[in-house]
Write a protein that binds this ligand. Structure first.
Ligand code: COA
Length: 141
């Protein structure tokens, strides 16, 4: 699998991966996302076909440094159970390390066992009672 980090000017690539999103992405919102600092979109391709994506947003707080919210993760049904979801999560973790983040966190529905299995396999802690899973990635205090 080939994981590509999209950036400014890549709205066409977002459209090409549009079927992976909950709703069709618009060019305006795609460009806003791609142009904004701390907004990350990684797309996985299998032989050139968009197979999955992960998005993440940096959030900085005085006592916590920069954390990355794993906003969405999705793999097209026909490409599931091949390690793509895990590879996408790992790619976002690597990016979080690169930007000097301290933690990556994701809210997950308690009954989404597959998502929880995917995050656990990428080293996240057990879900908190709030449904949030954390993965410490650094401490650049
Ligand atoms: C969650 C999702 C992204 C996983 O993608 P995937 O490419 O199939 O996941 P992977 O093949 O990388 O599997 C990751 C781990 O989860 C486990 N897993 C994946 N699907 C599973 C299933 N149906 N049943 C049990 N375990 C499963 C794998 O065994 C693997 O664990 P391992 O590394 O210890 O072997 C995908 O199922 C999906 O898009 N679901 C719908 C959207 C969603 O729920 N997103 C998360 C929102 S928080």
């Amino acid at each position: 699998v080939d994981i590509r980090r999209l950036g400014p000017g890549d709205a066409e690539a977002v459209q090409a991966a549009g079927h992976l999103f909950d709703a069709p992405p618009t060019d305006r919102w795609s460009n806003q996302f791609l142009d904004r600092d701390g907004h990350h979109l990684l797309v996985a391709y299998e032989q050139g076909v968009p197979a999955g994506f992960v998005s993440g947003v940096e959030i900085t707080h005085p006592d916590k440094g920069t954390e990355v919210l794993l906003y969405e993760l999705g793999v097209d049904e026909e490409f599931r159970r091949r390690g793509i979801g895990r590879a996408l999560v790992q790619a976002l973790l690597d990016l979080a390390v690169d930007v000097g983040a301290t933690n990556v966190w994701v809210p997950v529905d308690a009954d989404n066992e597959v998502a929880i299995a995917t995050y656990r396999s990428a080293g996240f802690d057990e879900p908190e009672p709030t449904g949030i899973l954390n993965r410490a990635v650094g401490d650049d205090r």
